[in-house]
Design a protein. Sequence first.
Length: 243
Amino acid sequence: MLRVVDVRRVGRAVRALRIRRGWRQEDLARQARLARSVVGRVERGEQAGLTLDAVAAVAEALGARVYLDLRWDGEGLDRLLDEGHATLVDRVVAWLRAHGWEVAVEASFAIGGERGSIDILAWHPVRRALAVFEVKSVTPDMQAMLYGLDRKGRLGPGLARSKGWAARTAARILVLWDTRTNRRRIERHGESVRAALPAGTREVVAWLRDPSEPPPAGVWFVTDVGGMDAMGVRRRRVRVRRA
């Protein structure tokens, strides 16, 4: 139920940010690509007829973000989400190893004062190619994710050298389950995603099969019926194209 969300407070915040920018409701509606009446309902805190996508679009147009926290049975939900991420990582790692890649999972780094970890760092010894993977079971905060992947892509070759992997090229790849929701949310940020990660699934998979060409930066939508069924995720009903 969304009634636990203080929609009136969200509405007041949206109105305050709009006024601070000197915008009318019409201006905000144009930036958010919504009808002015929708912006009005958001500002008045009227929940009926509003969607989360609409509220998020209004917030993003103002340079803000909306966070939805779903709670269920305490830590039980955290375990379920962790399982979804782990399942996706397992599927990708198994595929990479079957195609000649050496893999490090949760590869931690501390380089030049920057600390963190890379979900999957993969090395192809024949082609001397490196791939840096950011794995998300659900669509992330795109701006933060793009920044993080760019940062890890920059630091990945240094981490690889510490493992004795002298890479000539390095790819940056975002991995997501192939669901309608994930594709819709990626498309909502289409311009920024295409600018940072222009390659699609077919191009990414083709390169991973034979990383002899220049490395891509792209999004890999993984369709895995068994993995998604284990998570309770409904798969998209599409034909899987083979590279």
